[in-house]
Structure formats: structure tokens, C-alpha cells
Ligand binder design. Structure first.
Ligand code: GLA
Length: 400
């Protein structure tokens, strides 16, 4: 327990007791829809009381039919999510003139995600990530004296769950509603030994599209053996909806005074370095492109959020071209800010848009990379009888 509290992150429940809540295409072709005012929508649709719709999203390599669910809110914002990897496929949000545009990268059907070009590039676009988001050095860690070897798929390291992570699984999907808006509940049982991880991990992820144009992602999990866990979402954002092919003009603020220094393989050295006076200082807004050339390879680092316990701000983004803003909040201690450095134009997304270098950026709310091997980092080990629970919210607005 104390170790979890020290972590400032895992909300923990034991049976019957609540112990701790917060311790520690753009390129899609559909540009035409204009936002209804919430009042106008209210009198006609009452979307949050109606169910999300679903449609076929095509077949995966083994012939399984994937589904695409559409969540709509009272002002006409929409999120589409597939049960393949729980992927966020599109997210339609208004710009400063009220015109809807798609603010995430994605594909027109499931073969975009399962086809050879995507599998080769392996960019995790929009997917739910686990069992352990980000890297584990040499894919090795020790729990209670036992050393585990998990799938190595990124140089010598394990990245985003190993060779076949949750980003390649079909999740059980249940559309629904909550007082906050339309929901999609996704469940996946990650079996004991999958990719080398210990314990049967039962995961539930709930996406909610709220009437204030927020997409909330809520993750819960329980295990029957102690296991590291670090779940996140790998959406690539470009708030301009195709106006800008890259995201270099987007202005980003990260409320983080420190970041985790990494070695050549992007494994933390253990040092939490002050950002002050470096190109990693986003404590005040900076265009992504302003100092990116000073960072070898581009940004692909974990920032140590100042927020502490409970829900806190994790990032703010403003796109001058469209006027759209995005506010990220989370209860997690870190955020991986990745600027699409490995996108190389080999993938054609929604409506045929080519995804080139810096075509999107990711803000992956998370625990620090390689935490299982860094005793000073917040704890990531979930034990039987505990419940992992974390929520991250992406709220959209405009600045005129
Ligand atoms: C994460 C990693 C990056 C890269 C992307 C996917 O964000 O930190 O290095 O692997 O996923 O391309």
C-alpha cells in the first residue's frame, strides 16, 4: 500500500473498502459539418440520451470483423472508436468559426491499421497501449525476487507492451450512455504469460464524449499476480484539420519543471533534469517547431508533471491556424510528448492524406518509462486485491 501511495498514482481499492482515490485527418474528407449550438441541438437530438451508433470497420487479417462506434454529443462533436486496439479513429471538433474538423490521425478502415505498411512502421496511431506503455530496458524486470523477460521489439528494449501489445487486439466493446455523455466500454483480458507478463490482467477502458467537447478515457484493471502496468492512449493530434500538414506551429504548454533524461535507446538514466534554459522548457507556451532542431531526432521524452496528487493539468495546446485548443488533464505523474518523428510519408491515412514527419503529435499520459527498473520512480506494480484506476481527459475549445 505505502509503496503505491508513494507512487502518487495508482488508486487502490481492496474488496469492500475504498482506500485511496488519488494518492499520489485531421485529414478526413468530412469538413462540411458545422457545429450546432448546444441549445439548438438540445431541442432536437438529446444525443447523450441516445446510444452511440456502430458500423462495420472491415476485416482484420484473420477475418474478424472490426466494428466502428460513433459517439456524438449535444453540439455535434463526434468521436469514432474501433474495437480493434480500442483505437480512436477520428475526433470531430469545431474550429474558431464553428466548423467541424478531424483533429486526430487515423485510417478509413481497419486494414489501414493491420496492413503491411502500418505493421512495418508500427506507429501505434490512436491505439490503447499496454501492458506497459513506453519502454522497459532489455524487456526485463524483477518482482518479489523473480525476473521476467517480456517481448523485445524496440532495439534491445520492450516498447508499448512487446511484440503483440494491446494495440493489436480485438477488445470486447459495449456502447452506452452515462450522465456525462455517450460512452464506449472496452474490455480485454490479458492472460497470464502474454508477452511474458505475469498475471491475468482484466482491463476495462471507458471512452466518454462529454457535452463540453471533452473526450475522457478511464482505465481500470485488476490482476491475480503482481505485474507492472502502464496503460495509455497513442492518439496523434493535428488540431489544424489538414490546414497544416505538420504540427510545428502548434503552441504547447507542459506544466512540468523536469523531464526524464534518456540514453541513446530512450531509456531513462534515472536523472530528473530541470527544463529551465533548455528546449524542453514548455512551462510557458512555445511553438513545437521553435527549438525542435536542438533536440536530436525531435521530441520523444517524458515530462515529470508538477501536478502531484489527483487530477492535474498535463498539457495545453493551441493551433493558431484553426483557433482550436486542447487541454489535457490526468492523474498520472508523467506525459510522453512525441512529435511524430518517425512518420515518414509511408502511410496514407483518412481520405488519402499522407502522414509525413511531424504530421501529428502524441501526448501520452503515463508513468515514467522503465519504472519497473527505477526504484526512485513512482511505483507501477499492481498487486492482486488492488485496483488500478486512472483517468485522462482531452478537452477541446477555441481561441478567437
Ligand atoms: C512512442 C515512442 C516513440 C515511438 C512511438 C511510435 O511515443 O516513445 O519512440 O516508438 O511511440 O512510433
Amino acid at each position: 500500500m505505502n509503496s503505491l501511495c508513494r507512487s502518487g498514482v495508482l488508486a487502490v481499492t481492496l474488496p469492500g473498502f475504498f482506500l485511496l482515490a488519488a494518492c499520489g485527418s485531421n485529414q478526413s474528407a468530412d469538413t462540411s459539418t458545422t457545429a450546432k449550438s448546444p441549445a439548438a441541438a438540445d431541442s432536437t437530438t438529446k444525443t447523450s440520451a441516445t446510444m452511440p451508433t456502430s458500423a462495420s470497420f472491415g476485416k482484420t487479417a484473420d477475418g474478424t470483423e472490426a466494428q466502428l462506434f460513433t459517439l456524438t454529443n449535444a453540439s455535434g462533436a463526434k468521436a469514432t472508436i474501433t474495437n480493434y486496439a480500442g483505437t480512436l479513429v477520428s475526433l470531430m471538433m469545431p474550429d474558431k468559426d464553428g466548423k467541424m474538423g478531424d483533429v486526430v490521425l487515423g485510417f478509413d478502415d481497419v486494414t489501414g491499421y493491420t496492413g503491411p505498411a502500418f505493421r512495418k512502421a508500427n506507429p501505434y496511431i490512436g491505439a490503447l497501449i499496454g501492458r506497459y506503455g513506453n519502454r522497459i530496458k532489455n524487456g526485463k524486470f524483477t518482482i518479489d525476487g523473480k525476473t521476467y523477460q517480456v517481448g523485445v521489439n524496440n532495439g534491445p528494449n520492450s516498447l508499448h507492451g512487446g511484440k503483440v501489445g494491446y494495440d493489436q487486439k480485438i477488445w470486447d466493446a459495449q456502447p452506452g450512455t452515462s450522465p456525462e455523455g455517450q460512452t464506449l466500454t472496452l474490455k480485454y483480458l490479458s492472460k497470464d504469460g502474454e508477452e511474458g507478463y505475469p498475471g491475468n490482467l482484466q482491463i476495462t477502458v471507458v471512452y466518454t464524449l462529454t457535452d463540453n467537447n471533452a473526450l475522457k478515457i478511464d482505465y481500470t484493471a485488476t490482476t491475480d499476480k503482481a505485474t507492472p502496468i502502464n496503460l495509455t492512449n497513442h492518439a496523434y493530434f493535428n488540431l489544424s484539420h489538414g490546414v497544416s500538414k505538420d504540427i510545428l506551429a502548434h503552441e504547447v504548454t507542459l506544466p512540468a519543471d523536469r523531464y526524464t533524461v534518456v540514453d541513446a535507446n530512450l531509456i531513462p538514466t534515472g536523472e530528473l533534469k530541470p527544463v529551465k534554459g533548455t528546449p524542453f522548457d514548455f512551462t510557458t507556451p512555445h511553438a513545437i517547431g521553435k527549438r525542435i532542431a536542438q533536440v536530436a531526432g525531435g521530441y520523444d521524452h517524458n515530462w515529470v508533471l508538477n501536478g502531484g496528487e489527483g487530477q492535474h493539468s498535463a498539457a495545453t495546446v493551441y493551433d493558431p491556424a484553426s483557433g482550436r485548443t486542447m487541454e489535457v488533464t490526468t492523474d498520472q505523474p508523467g506525459i510522453q510528448f512525441y512529435t511524430g518523428n518517425f512518420l515518414d510519408g509511408s502511410l496514407k491515412g483518412k481520405g488519402g492524406t499522407v502522414y509525413g514527419k511531424h504530421g501529428g503529435f502524441c501526448l501520452e499520459t503515463q508513468h515514467f518509462p522503465d519504472s519497473p527498473n527505477q526504484p526512485k520512480f513512482p511505483n507501477t506494480v499492481l498487486k492482486p486485491g488492488e485496483t488500478y484506476h486512472t483517468t485522462s481527459t482531452y478537452t477541446f475549445g477555441v481561441r478567437k
